[in-house]
Design a protein around this ligand. Structure first.
Ligand code: 5GP
Ligand code: MN
Length: 336
């Protein structure tokens, strides 16, 4: 592993740079990626942001979103940029298998790789690392990179600040998770001073839902929410047929699991969704309950202690039934 401070010298000359992030990118993935993009272009670099898949429309307003290439839609172009890059920044994920087929090309590329991330257990594919699980968001680490490692606070313009604000806002649940330290508030204050319009950003991200999405949320809460008081757990199971019926698209299921967690006394919330060829799980927990352990042990996944995810190739009913075995195993941690 090389010392990340050496990048200052490496980036003194114009370079070909690729920035990539995890599939179905969220606010932190897009905010940190485009924040870094909007910074690097000011230094004269040729920069491409390549996402493994598409992402929610409530993130499409982010400055220079139109410059993003989606791998699944432009494979050849993406492969060329990755192969010809001098440097590849990998943001908000910890292992190349996480970014699907794109990970193969990133691994093969002659480019030096930089990991900027806050997930547990990084695989170690990178040459440079800016990583700590104590960061509230990858966007916080990108701020640290620009200001403290590169010494370029003066390049935090309105575009960069708006991107980084979005990442921190979304990954901290609007500044309420335990990761939201005094330092985070100081960074956020600085971003507002640099031009991030906090009121507008909240509105663009959180008040941009379709009527379908709101009705779908109503359906989930009224008809699909299963509460298991003996395990302090709430589960929502959504079938592909329901996604179809409500014309649910990328990002429309974001946040639904948090409603299950907002019930008084509930310590674990589980959202199980039947996607095209796989069942996707989202787990959220309160306090010290390790939701990521369940994802790792049973669903080929992982993530943070309080917010994790995984997948299953079993039928959706079988995935739900698996919790009849999992919950008794974790009962002593769920019921205290
Ligand atoms: P979400 O429930 O919003 O999809 O994901 C929450 C968090 O869980 C993500 O930030 C990520 O850290 C983790 N996560 C989600 N899906 C997966 C997965 O399939 N594998 C792993 N290792 N982590 C995941
Ligand atoms: Mn993140």
């Amino acid at each position: 592993m090389l010392e990340i401070t050496h990048l200052k010298e490496f980036l003194a000359e114009p370079k070909h740079i690729v920035i990539t992030t995890h599939p179905k990118p969220d606010g932190d993935a897009m905010g940190s990626s485009l924040g870094l993009y909007n910074y690097l272009i000011q230094k004269g670099h040729q920069v491409k942001v390549i996402t493994p898949t598409d992402y929610p429309s409530f993130l499409h307003w982010i400055p220079n979103n139109s410059e993003v290439i989606i791998f699944t839609e432009k494979q050849e172009e993406s492969k060329q940029f990755v192969a010809n890059a001098d440097l590849i920044f990998c943001l908000d994920f910890n292992a190349l298998v996480r970014i699907n087929e794109l990970g193969i090309y990133v691994r093969e590329s002659k480019a030096k790789k930089v990991l900027i991330d806050h997930h547990l257990e990084p695989e170690g594919f990178e040459d440079y690392r800016l990583w700590t699980t104590s960061a509230c968001a990858t966007a916080q680490l990108v701020y640290d990179f620009i200001v403290n490692i590169m010494g370029d606070r003066h390049l935090l313009n309105k575009d960069v600040a708006s991107c980084l604000y979005t990442g921190i806002m979304t990954d901290t649940g609007s500044f309420r998770f335990r990761s939201t330290t005094a330092t985070v508030h100081q960074i956020v204050a600085d971003l507002i001073e640099c031009g991030a319009d906090n009121t507008l950003i909240h509105q663009l991200v959180y008040d941009d839902f379709s009527l379908n999405r709101l009705r779908f949320l109503g359906h989930c809460l009224l008809n699909k929410l299963e509460v298991l008081p003996e395990y302090n757990t709430a589960i929502i199971v959504i079938t592909a047929q329901e996604l179809d019926q409500f014309q649910i698209s990328t990002g429309d299921t974001e946040g639904i699991v948090n409603y299950a967690l907002s019930i008084s006394g509930i310590r674990l919330a589980v959202l199980i969704i039947e996607r095209q060829d796989v069942v996707k799980l989202s787990l959220r927990s309160i306090g010290d309950f390790p939701a990521n352990e369940i994802c790792k042990k049973y669903f080929s996944g992982g993530g943070h202690k309080n917010a994790s995810g995984g997948i299953s190739s079993e039928k959706i009913d079988a995935v739900r039934e698996k919790f009849n075995v999992i919950l008794p195993e974790y009962k002593s941690l769920l019921v205290k």
